[in-house]
Design a protein around this ligand. Structure first.
Ligand code: NDP
Length: 247
């Protein structure tokens, strides 16, 4: 399938590392002009060496007002990927308000904030657009000891449906992807490092395809949903988990 985004401008959050970085590379390969947003300047500098020509924005998405300022003159955005997120390991009974707020500020409130800024402009321009929210299997099933993360992704899923419903009439499609554990990223490494021995093998044995998704699996699904090949897909939640939910 030949997917091209020539003449389109994309904003990807959490683009400095991991899945977001992979998404920027893939979008650029497909001809999109990319704006890569992340918290750490050096990660974006190294991305720019790999993908010359991208625009970068450094901002802490947990800061609502700073994000508004950082994006106020961003210009036309046709494609948005809300990918940045954090996970704080903490059992339900021990999770403090501070931890809950930190996770929700990045994983949910910032998605609301960035999407509102971008979608308002999309509506004003009248050319439609596409948005993909990077959720997780953690919004569909409970993952132990990361309750705040699971709940933040559940809230994101609800927002995906709200946006799909309210923005659809403006030809703006909003969908989500739900990867299983991606062990190769920093978030994946941090998650697996706390697993008791044998846990990873057990989870893998329950995935019919017998492999975890990698960054490319997620980036390919995101690129598809952003593209015109998905022009009648709106409000869908696409699992990327090798059939885990099927058994
Ligand atoms: P990483 O931890 O590897 O990368 C996260 C990215 O988000 C980094 O570039 C980081 O910025 C950025 N980021 C984090 N906090 C902020 C902030 N406050 N402001 C701006 N940028 C921020 O995560 P992954 O690549 O693994 O995850 C990407 C997405 O995929 C997330 O939404 C995650 O929930 C989801 N996902 C991941 C899975 C996994 O197992 N890895 C499984 C299922 C879903 P910087 O580099 O600048 O510090």
């Amino acid at each position: 399938m030949n997917i091209r985004f020539d003449g389109k401008r994309a904003l990807v959050t959490g683009a400095g590392r991991g899945i977001g970085r992979g998404i920027v590379k893939k979008l650029a390969e497909c001809g999109a002009e990319c704006v890569a947003l992340s918290k750490t300047q050096e990660h974006l500098d190294s991305l720019r060496k790999e993908v010359p020509g991208i625009q970068t924005v450094v901002v802490d998405l947990a800061d609502w007002t700073a994000t508004r300022h950082a994006l106020e003159n961003i210009g036309k955005i046709d494609l948005l990927v809300n990918n940045a997120a954090i996970a704080i390991a903490s059992p339900f009974l021990e999770t403090t308000k501070d931890k809950l707020d930190k996770v929700f500020d990045v994983n949910f409130n910032s998605v609301f904030n960035v999407s509102q800024i971008v979608a308002r402009d999309m509506v004003k321009r009248g050319n439609g657009g596409a948005i993909v929210n990077v959720s997780s299997v953690g919004s569909l099933i409970a993952l132990r000891n990361v309750g705040s993360y699971c709940c933040s992704k559940g809230a994101m899923d609800s927002l995906t449906q709200v946006m799909a419903t309210e923005l659809g009439p403006h030809k703006i499609r909003v969908n989500s992807v739900h990867p299983h554990l991606v062990p190769s990223t920093d978030m994946g490494i941090s998650a697996t490092s706390s697993f008791p021995s044998g846990t990873l093998e057990y989870i893998l044995s329950r995935i019919p395809l017998n492999r975890f998704p990698d960054v490319d699996d997620v980036a390919n699904a995101v690129v598809f949903l952003l593209s015109d090949k998905a022009s009648n897909l709106n409000g869908i939640a696409l699992p990327i988990e090798g059939g885990y939910g099927a058994n």
